[in-house]
Design a binder for this molecule. Structure first.
Ligand code: ZN
Length: 204
């Protein structure tokens, strides 16, 4: 059980006194929980489908995993993506910032012209890392191996700045150092198949 006297899992230096850290960024869950009667959602698990679903108002939170300074850093990453990406993607005012492409199969995708790719990368790392270190029920089976988890932690830590301005003005120095090889996240019993898939991708 975590407590505030343990070290922060990100910096491993300060005490993890921060309470109620979101594992999935709050802005990503906001729309899911919104109903006419306020925030409301249901937790449904494949191993508890026979039980009445648990009611929840927010995405999972956990106390004593981070120190206030690391929580602040993660919130800088989240604010950048929430304001520059999440809230602009479907807003016509900002359509110039997102190129739209269609492929022959009829799938449309958007390219973010003005998002700093390294910050987007850190944002994704921060979610995957939090899911791996968290012990909330939703994430308890989401485990990276220790080596992968540590690589994400060190990449995040390398770019830890106290303000968004500092982060953006220094991020280019770190862009190459935080680029990890792409990997697929699959259940353990599909690992052999994953190797086959990766092999065929490399050799195409
Ligand atoms: Zn910390």
């Amino acid at each position: 059980m975590r407590n505030p006297n343990l070290k922060c899992l990100l910096c491993e230096t300060n005490n993890s006194t921060k309470e109620n850290s979101h594992i999935i960024p709050k802005f990503m869950g906001k729309e899911i929980f919104k109903t006419e009667k306020g925030n409301r959602g249901f937790v449904i698990g494949t191993n508890s489908a026979h039980l009445p679903p648990q009611i929840t108002q927010d995405s999972p939170k956990e106390s004593y995993i981070l120190c206030p300074s690391c929580e602040q850093y993660i919130s800088i990453l989240e604010t950048y993506i929430a304001t520059r990406f999440h809230s602009r993607l479907w807003d016509k005012k900002f359509s110039q910032q997102f190129g739209t492409f269609n492929n022959n199969g009829g799938i449309t995708w958007k390219v973010c012209n003005e998002i700093e790719p390294a910050v987007f990368r850190l944002f994704i790392y921060s979610i995957v890392w939090r899911c791996s270190i968290s012990s909330v029920p939703l994430c308890k089976d989401f485990l990276l191996n220790k080596e992968e988890e540590e690589r994400l932690r060190l990449s995040l830590l390398l770019c830890k700045y106290e303000t968004q301005i500092e982060l953006l003005s220094n991020i280019s120095k770190h862009a190459n150092e935080i680029t990890l090889p792409e990997f697929l996240l699959l259940p353990q019993n599909l690992l052999e198949i994953k190797q086959v898939i990766l092999y065929s991708l490399i050799h195409q």
